[in-house]
Design a protein around this ligand. Structure first.
Ligand code: HAM
Length: 426
């Protein structure tokens, strides 16, 4: 029997990797502009990090986490997200003691045992930022501005995007809000799905992000978290919104937005795209002012977001594919089987590569027409070398974009500057 990839885990093939690299480079550049520095944390963490940080009652931990004991019986988890890991690393390395704000960014695979569908897989890749050490509402707005700048920079049209925002307040506000929700949903249990009936006793806020159609009418009529905010949290949220207005970032207040992870406090947000269907969140984030303490550290406010690379690829693939498809500068097509032609072709290739040009050759002996089609898919230029060209000490150069052809002296390949000039002209 053939062995396949694990369900929900996908190979990213060479046709797609240029797009991934392009996105990663653009995202890195945007993060750098906003003052973030890269951190890389392990894929494996103790399961306890997530049960304490993300929350035992969340779907992410309760249903979706890959957990297994190591050889000594220590319970490990494949990380389902990176915020808890980043805060763990921040505490473990005493980054707080170094003073100031820690602005960190990351890329990497995350793992959740979810039902695979469009935009949702079991191994997926996130890019994200975490700013640790400040309560300033300007930082919430800055993080949202970064998310918005990022999608602009990547060329996503603004019309299809919307920013949802809400505030769920501090721990006391949330306790009050949970009570309000419990009082509201208790008499309406018959209107809820079985998962939500469980959530009612564990954490009624989780009911608000249930997507089950039966639960929607009750969810829409439920009390709003913004009505339970204390004075300080209310003022914080008003300032975040005022900053967004000053930055010219349109938003939608979404009272059902509570996000699927328990560490959030105050601001929560998502940037969604209408091109994505049911899993429409391009990225999501918010504040988590109590997470560091939940992990045993000193009080350290934080705010950040993460987005799924796969979802960006889905919305950008068609837009960018053509521009990114050709990774080679030159595709060399030897004509015929004459050993001297093949040897000269191999020599030309070696010179091109040493001159810093990505070059490859037709090794399969396909017809001129077929090989030229392959060249057009992979490279910007084709070079043709047959016995006639060799006798004249020339190769034929073809610009695969414009179709322009010219003869070039084989001797020119000994001089990299000449080569570069030749290819710049086409
Ligand atoms: P999250 O909303 O669970 O938040 O995930 C963030 C993003 O990751 C989602 O908006 C989505 O684009 C992508 N994503 C999540 N699950 C999947 C999946 N199964 N398949 C494909 N893409 C997926 C967090 O993870 C928080 N750590 C974000 C954060 C950072 N909050 C504060 N700082």
């Amino acid at each position: 029997m053939k062995i396949g990839a694990v369900r929900g885990m996908r190979d990213i093939l060479p046709e797609e990797t240029p797009l991934w690299r392009h996105l990663e480079a653009e995202i890195r550049a945007a993060f750098r502009l906003y003052g973030y520095r890269e951190i890389r944390t392990p894929l494996l963490e103790t399961a306890e990090l997530f049960s304490r940080g993300v929350g035992e009652a969340t779907d992410v931990v309760h249903k979706e986490m890959y957990v297994f004991p190591d050889k000594k019986g220590l319970l490990l988890a494949l990380r389902p997200e990176a915020t808890a890991s980043v805060v763990r690393a921040y505490l473990e390395h005493g980054l707080y003691a170094k003073g100031g704000l820690a602005k960190l960014y990351y890329f990497g695979p995350m793992f959740r045992y979810e039902k695979p569908q469009k935009g949702r897989s079991r191994q997926f890749h996130q890019y994200g930022v975490e700013a640790l050490g400040s309560l300033d509402p300007a930082l919430d707005a800055e993080v949202i501005d970064l998310a918005s700048y990022l999608v602009e920079r990547l060329g996503l049209p603004r019309e299809g995007l919307f920013l949802r925002i809400n505030s769920i307040g501090c721990r006391r506000d949330r306790d009050r809000y949970r009570e309000a929700l419990r009082d509201f949903f208790e008499p309406r249990q018959a209107e809820l799905c079985s998962d939500c009936r469980r959530r009612l006793s564990e954490n009624p806020m989780r009911i608000l992000d249930c997507k089950h159609p039966t639960c929607q009418p009750a969810i829409q009529a439920a009390p709003r978290s913004t009505d339970s905010l204390c004075g300080e949290c209310g003022a914080h949220f008003q300032e975040v919104l005022a900053q967004l207005e000053r930055l010219g970032l349109p938003y939608e207040l979404d009272h059902t937005l509570v996000r699927g992870l328990d560490y959030y406090t105050r601001t929560v947000f998502e940037l969604a795209s209408k091109d994505l269907g049911a899993q429409d969140a391009l990225l999501g984030g918010g504040r988590y002012d109590e997470l560091a303490e939940m992990l045993g550290g000193p009080p350290t406010p934080g705010v950040g977001f993460a987005g799924g690379m796969e979802r960006l690829v889905l919305v950008l693939r068609e837009r960018l594919e053509l521009e990114l498809g050709r990774e080679l500068d030159v595709y060399l097509i030897p004509i015929g089987e004459a050993p001297e032609v093949k040897r000269t072709a191999a020599w030309i290739l070696a010179q091109l590569r040493r001159a810093g040009l990505a070059a490859d050759m037709e090794y399969l002996g396909r017809s001129l027409r077929k090989a030229t089609q392959v060249a057009a898919r992979l490279a910007r230029y084709a070079l043709y070398l047959g016995p006639d060209e060799l006798a004249r000490g020339e190769v034929k150069l073809k610009d695969l974009g414009t179709g322009a052809e010219s003869a070039q002296a084989i001797g020119a390949f000994e001089r990299p500057e000449m080569l570069k000039r030749m290819l710049a002209r086409g």
